[in-house]
Write a protein of this length. Sequence first.
Length: 244
Amino acid sequence: MPTAIIVPTLQEVDNIMPLVEQIEQTKVPFGEIIFVDDGSTDGTREKIRALTTAHRVRLIERDGAERGLAGAIITAANASSADVFVAMDADLSHPPEKIPALLHPILMNEADLVIGSRYILGGATPGWPVWRRFLSRVASALAYPLTGVHDSMGGFFAIRRECLLRFANQAAGFKIVFETIARGRALRVREVPIVFRDRARGMSKMSFAQAMRFALAWLRAIGRRITEGKASAPPLPAQRLFRD
């Protein structure tokens, strides 16, 4: 299946080259790495353009008012002909060496969406302060009744094209996985463990506004479930898949 790696960027100039090198080292037969930049001014775009001649890299520039992770991923998907996408952060917090494990269940027709999970056996968030770990766990716990997965708050995942464009087309902010599963109740979802590495360069893009967007998305999902008469239905079980 043709595969593309989608990487949203904002002020990530120092991370671009190391990320491309680490993705290429996985030996995954991807078609291209699509960087979607939301107005970087630190040289990120210039760095990406410089790589396009020697690497399978493409740059999409977004300068309008509608920005954010979910929109960047949808923009890249609409601009690509790939059948499968892997989405990941540009800051090296998501381990590229786990890309094969994310893709395998989809390529074997065992899953529609595979999530890199910090909260199943083998996953970890080393170096996180207690408050950050607590908030992340609370958000994941709130999402669990609607998703049936342990970590729908991350942004490292592989997904079939048709599922992404059908269920995530209206997603907003950072929590695209949560909204995709909440809308696509019949999706075959798997989790594979990852060790989430805190960024070594640059600043986090998470903000209070993003947290509020998740809260609103959670409330909307609850409302849809009640409206559909499924408020008491158990969530679809997400099968854990441990594969290196």
